[in-house]
Design a binder for this molecule. Sequence first.
Ligand code: NAP
Length: 289
Amino acid sequence: MILVTGATGNLGRATINALLNNGIKPQDISALVRDEAKGADFKLKGIQVKLGNYDDVESLKRAFQGVNKLLLVSSSSDIVHRYDQHKNVIDAATATGISHIVYTSFDMKDLRESTMAGDVQYHALTTDYLRQVAIPYTSMNNTLYADMVPMIGGKDILKNGISIPAGLGKVPFLPITEMAETLAIVLTTPGHTNKKYVIAAENAFSFAEIAEMMSEITGTRIPYNQIEVSSYVSQLVQQGVSEDDARYLARFAKAISIGEFETNKSDVKYLLGRNAISLKAFLEKLYIK
Ligand SMILES: NC(=O)c1ccc[n+]([C@@H]2O[C@H](COP(=O)([O-])OP(=O)(O)OC[C@H]3O[C@@H](n4cnc5c(N)ncnc54)[C@H](OP(=O)(O)O)[C@@H]3O)[C@@H](O)[C@H]2O)c1
């Protein structure tokens, strides 16, 4: 039995779809949800829905009964709580005898020394804890989602161009569905314990290059505007992002600008046995309906 946490979110849901597409039977998949109503569509597919909250270790122990592999999708709760929540999941997994935890970590040059270490070092602490409890684990170091480009690139890219203070730093953006496929492979094939994989595209692009790509895709000139951080924050707030989240995304832009996502490594082709979908193909599909 494979249990997927964060099942109601983008990555968890995509991973469940990838598992089903790979021929795993619905009855061999469990979806962890904290709100039963959100699990209704899983139930319709024959997937087992388990109730559990990262804040409540006893609920997790109940949910993990009969599970042997667990995908721990990193929490989306407030960052200050995430490490303790992940510890709860790992403690419950250890107590219930789970044989393998796959954890969605993050791919940056150095999570602890990052300019945004306060936002991302919980990933390093979580993998340290996995090693400490000595449970077989796999760390999936995900880069930034390609799906985030339209949102972080500014309000109405097609009309206003791309506006983000990210300099010429590059990111190997990868679509969520591709990340999910790598997760499904690691959850269903042998040989992945105590390994770290970089889940990123082979090629990284700057926003200047993405603007050129978008210009080619749309046949109109899409400029790249390297706006000030304060304008970027106001722009995101206008897009409906909260002030805190806008500042958080501005810290990402800064990290991009100083090359923190340029890790120049990818294990996607090795895991999938094919090239990942290119950023251009992904954006084409997104913008040219
Ligand atoms: N690499 C990237 O570019 C990137 C971008 C964004 C986020 N992330 C990280 O990757 C994770 C997965 O991304 P995503 O897009 O799938 O995020 P998402 O759509 O926000 O999904 C987060 C999932 O975590 C669940 N969750 C949150 N707090 C929980 C708790 N206390 N107990 C149990 N479940 C809880 C949510 O459940 P509910 O539906 O009940 O809220 C949801 O299913 C995020 O949580 C975040 O840590 C990475």
